[in-house]
Design a protein around this ligand. Structure first.
Ligand SMILES: [Zn+2]
Length: 138
């Protein structure tokens, strides 16, 4: 690998998310007042402003909500082509990640995906790959 890739920097708000990833668990911030699940975490619910928030384990399953194929290398540690995807989890929260384990040409909106965890530097990153039986179609 050429150099170190740019990585997220955990802070007090996001640290529980990254600690869960280290345990190979995906978690979402959930409002205990209205049930809204969201990422990234914040100090209050973006829907009802409640501060009654809790971390809930997510299934790790979701669908590609949107994506972009990067065909130019902006960082030597991230050689093109690669796919940046906005994944909508079953729980409703959306997060930006990478689609891996399939050709960029196989990326599509609504593609069922599941999380996988990759150790990168100090962090364990959640990335998404096509759910079994998906991504193999022409
Ligand atoms: Zn709420």
């Amino acid at each position: 690998m050429a150099g170190a890739p740019p990585l997220p920097r955990p802070d007090p708000l996001t640290r529980p998310f990254w600690e869960a990833c280290r345990r190979r668990e995906l978690v979402v911030s959930r409002c205990e007042a209205c049930g809204h699940a969201f990422l990234p975490p914040g100090p209050c619910c973006p829907r009802c402003w409640s501060r009654r928030l809790a971390w809930r384990r997510a299934s790790g399953r979701g669908r590609v909500w949107s994506f972009a194929v990067y065909r130019r290398t902006y960082d030597p540690a991230l050689p093109a082509p690669y796919v940046v995807a906005l994944v909508e989890l079953e729980e409703g929260a959306r997060l930006v990640s990478n689609l891996v384990g399939c050709a960029p040409e196989a990326a599509r909106v609504d593609l069922p995906v599941r999380v996988r965890f990759d150790e990168v530097g100090e962090l364990v990153l959640p990335r998404f790959e096509p759910a079994p039986g998906e991504g193999e179609r022409p």
